[in-house]
Design a protein around this ligand. Structure first.
Ligand SMILES: [Zn+2]
Length: 493
């Protein structure tokens, strides 16, 4: 055999061995890194039927957030707050309750040790409208709170009155048992998350800041236990704990031109054409793909659960990163996790076919990958548009913010969730995750070093599609297991 061939085979074998050793090391590391909770305090005996009844009463109050704020009915939000008083008397006796404006609701549960940093649990009790249009007809009325075939139906069952209900129910149960937390526990419930959270979360975060409060961690919605979403996990559910959240900004681009009679257009075309050329240039230049460290660590933690071949790929991202990016870019859901997205969502110009429009405008919405910033996007757009006549500004309808990454898998919050799940949901693999959407927790970023986004709902892709869609409903099993999770979580704080 020629020497070159022997050397090549030897090198290939050595490289293969290196890749395999790294795989074997990660497989062992992540398989044993879960430390099951040794706290043998018995789980409280949950009154599931009672909980279902109480939760139904929350679902039946249509606390709908309308983008057109004049359509909102603040009295329904106050009714919801009052409903909680009658549903959870123990909580209201033991905790301090504060109502801020029509939409902000805060509770403080005093702990034994004032030296320990408090923790803050968030949820929102507003819901998106449940309008029925075209074929989009609910099988059961959206505010019925109907229980049928193992599910409780209604708008808000998944997003995210359940989180509020879990917190209140667990607290009520533990208070009845005479249990007191080690540290202060705060709840902050917003009533306008679906329309930007100015009056709820932003207001309450400002109040916490004024009081100089700092939290060990903040836990909000944003991650779930995903089931049957990732085929390579071979049926194993994945608890996606949001450790990072994409940023948000919408730019408004405006072209101006001379208005007048359409029979005499200028050679340069109209404002519409000018803006359209700008949009075409932007769309031709998507943002670069990049595997965020949070997503990289997610894949590494999947190693013990996947086939050996895929495990070797996930365990050796230093080599396989380009391949992963290529695979992610093939599907629009995964593609959105590896880059800053841009979507032209509104394009408005012209009133009448025989009149030259004096102005054309569009809105370009961005979800910003950690590492990119609003300023970077603005500069890039200026370079890409290549037209000083196009005005570029933050649209300002919604709050814009750079991406948020607060906390890591080594910190107390993630460890607590992982160890709690190891007891209450031993079948799941717990991984860090990058949250695609925007949550109320962004307002709390100056109040803590750890923001976690997670609710222990086991959801299939169909369940996820019902969020903000039709036929939103929660399984009674999810209600039961959610209670187990929160009780254990509180014990371990
Ligand atoms: Zn929500």
């Amino acid at each position: 055999m020629p020497l070159m061939l022997i050397v090549s085979i030897a090198l290939a074998a050595a490289a293969g061995l290196i890749l395999f050793l790294r795989y074997a090391a990660l497989k062992r590391h992540y398989a044993i890194s879960v430390t099951p909770d040794t706290d043998d305090a018995p789980l409280p005996d949950h009154d599931l039927d009672g909980f279902i009844e109480r939760f139904r009463r929350m679902i039946r109050i249509p606390t709908v957030s309308w983008t057109d704020r004049s359509k909102r009915d603040p009295s329904l939000f106050r009714k919801f707050q009052e409903e909680l008083v009658s549903l959870y008397p123990g909580v209201h006796e033991t905790m301090t309750r504060e109502v801020h404006g029509d939409f902000g609701l805060m509770f403080r549960w005093p702990g034994r040790d004032s030296g320990k940093k408090p923790v803050l649990f968030l949820a929102h009790y507003d819901v998106v409208p449940a309008e029925e249009t075209g074929d989009e007809i609910w099988e059961e009325p959206p505010f019925s709170g109907l229980v049928k075939d193992g599910y409780l139906w209604g708008r808000g069952t998944l997003d995210i009155k359940c989180q509020l209900a879990f917190l209140m129910e667990t607290a009520e149960r533990l208070i009845a048992e005479g249990w007191t937390p080690d540290r202060d526990i705060w709840f902050a419930f917003g009533g306008d998350e679906e329309i930007a959270g100015y009056e709820g979360a932003q207001n309450m975060a400002g109040i916490f800041k004024e009081r100089g409060l700092e939290f060990e961690f903040v836990l909000d919605e944003g991650g779930i236990i995903s089931k049957n979403q990732m085929a390579f996990l071979k049926g194993r559910p994945a608890a996606l704990v949001g450790l990072a959240e994409k940023g948000f900004v919408t730019f408004k681009i405006t072209a101006t031109g001379e208005s007048g009679h359409s029979s005499m257009p200028g050679k340069e075309g109209t404002a519409v054409g000018r803006l359209a050329r700008g949009v075409a240039r932007l769309e031709k230049r998507p943002f670069y793909g990049r595997l965020d460290p949070v997503m990289g660590n997610m894949l590494e933690r999947f190693v013990p659960c996947v086939s050996t071949g895929l495990g070797i790929v996930f365990a050796n991202l230093w080599l396989t990163r380009p391949l992963i990016k290529l695979i992610f870019s093939k599907n629009r859901v995964t593609d959105s996790l590896i880059r800053t997205t841009q979507a032209v969502t509104v394009f408005r110009a012209g009133e009448q076919e025989n009149v030259l429009p004096g102005e054309a405008m569009c809105l370009v919405n961005h979800r910003i990958l950690p590492g990119d910033t609003i300023n970077m996007i603005r500069d890039r757009h200026r370079r890409t548009l290549k037209d000083d006549g196009l005005a570029l500004a933050d649209a300002g309808n919604w709050p814009s913010n750079d991406p948020i990454r607060a906390g890591s898998t080594k910190d107390s919050g993630f460890t607590l969730i992982r160890n709690t799940l190891a007891v209450t949901h031993p079948e799941v693999v717990t991984v860090p995750y990058l949250v695609n959407g925007s949550t109320d927790s962004k307002y709390y970023r100056e109040l803590t070093g750890q923001i976690l986004r997670f609710c222990p709902l086991i959801l299939t892709p169909d369940d996820v599609a019902s969020i903000h869609g039709i036929n939103e409903r929660i399984s009674l099993q999810n209600l039961e297991r959610g209670l187990q999770f929160y009780a254990r979580l509180f014990y371990n704080l």
